[in-house]
Design a protein. Structure first.
Length: 362
């Protein structure tokens, strides 16, 4: 509902987006705006609408909400001086949220033609929009991504525990392996062979995704997975398919979100049973053909398996486990990684003692 009784320049001055602009620039920008009012409960625009208008709140309160599943979730509230709707104009995308008024509300608004004209003719306005976009992207990186990673961590660990729960012998395996991977990656980050590959982001990602290494076991028949004894050759071939099956599950995720954390998860799931000498499975990769994160995972997984009791083997002592890592260095394991683990074996033993067989809460 348009109204012409309010000074648009004053509305803009009260918004952080336009504060500090000189009078001539403010007049030029204000000419592209008109003042509109809304009643309490009005929908200003809906998620999915064409983004053709930018708003600055003069008085009143509005709520931004997004549809998640069958319901809408309120994301944030805005009041005098706040603004909304600009991202759809900048990116030429559809509305990413629904905006409704919580009280009688007055806004200054600008349509797409006015916005595009200012972007082309007013350098100060264009600079403000660029700064705004940069700030939004920074906020998405620091806040939204952090929320997504936290949600991903909780979800992935739940899925990993689902697979792990079908194996009665693993105990705190997921927690220990996650810690081993993080520790080994931190140690390798100082190694001249890996320092350009193993970054802080790499270490964080391997910590998050390493529990997923055996997710494919959810598809293995109970008669094989839960057998109380050593597997036959035929049963082992069935068990070995868990690496491929787990990787295929990640393919579905990557169709919707093809980013590095999920790519790393797939590489670990698919390749953590490959051996450095090429004798592993499922593809018989050799040496540095095996992804770095999968070589780390192989060491961590085997180290924990050696220290754990199974129906077909006793739990090894620490000195025996250290000897086994040395024995299979260069065959099962990357020799450089094995050397680093052995050199700091006391730290891995401390992790094992810390988590023991009782898994802590996530």
């Amino acid at each position: 509902m348009p109204t012409a009784t309010i000074d648009v320049k004053q509305i803009l001055r009260n918004s952080p987006l336009f504060a500090g602009l000189d009078e001539a620039t403010l007049i030029h920008i204000a000419q592209k705006f008109q003042v509109v009012s809304f009643r309490q409960g009005d929908t200003i625009f809906s998620e999915g609408d064409v983004g053709d208008t930018f708003y600055v709140v003069h008085e009143g309160h509005v709520a931004l909400s997004k549809k998640i599943g069958l319901w809408e979730r309120e994301m944030r509230r805005l009041s005098a001086g706040d603004y909304f709707g600009e991202m759809a104009l900048i990116t030429q995308a559809k509305r990413s949220a629904t905006v409704r008024t919580l009280s009688p509300t007055v806004c200054a608004c600008m349509d797409e033609d006015g916005f595009n004209d200012l972007m082309e003719t007013d350098a100060r306005f264009a600079q403000r929009m660029l700064k705004l976009l940069t700030e939004r992207l920074r906020q998405m990186d620091e806040n939204t991504s952090r929320e997504m990673v936290s949600a991903y961590q909780a979800l992935s660990f739940s899925l990993a525990k689902l697979a792990d729960s079908r194996d009665p012998e693993t105990g705190g395996h997921l927690y220990r392996v996650r810690a081993y991977c993080e520790l080994l990656a931190q140690l390798l980050a100082d190694h001249p062979k890996y320092r350009d590959v193993i970054t802080d982001n790499f270490i964080e990602n391997i910590y998050l995704v390493s529990p997923l290494h055996d997710i494919g076991k959810v598809a293995i028949p109970d008669g094989v997975l839960m057998k109380q004894g050593k597997l036959t050759d035929a049963e082992f071939q069935i068990m070995a398919t868990h690496a491929t099956l787990g990787a295929q599950a990640l393919d579905t995720v990557l169709e919707y979100c093809d980013n590095e954390i999920f790519q790393m998860a797939k590489r670990i799931i698919l390749c953590h049973h490959e051996c450095f000498d090429g004798s592993g499975y499922p593809r018989g990769l050799q040496g540095e053909e095996i992804p770095v994160e999968a070589r780390i995972m192989a060491l961590a997984d085997n180290y924990d398996a050696l220290l754990s009791e199974r129906v077909y083997k006793r739990a090894f002592e620490y000195d025996e486990t250290k000897a086994e890592i040395k024995k299979y260095s260069g065959t099962r394991f990357d020799p450089n990684m094995a050397e680093v683990m052995v050199a700091h074996i006391d730290r891995f033993e401390a992790v094992h003692r810390q988590f023991a067989e009782e898994a802590p809460e996530l």
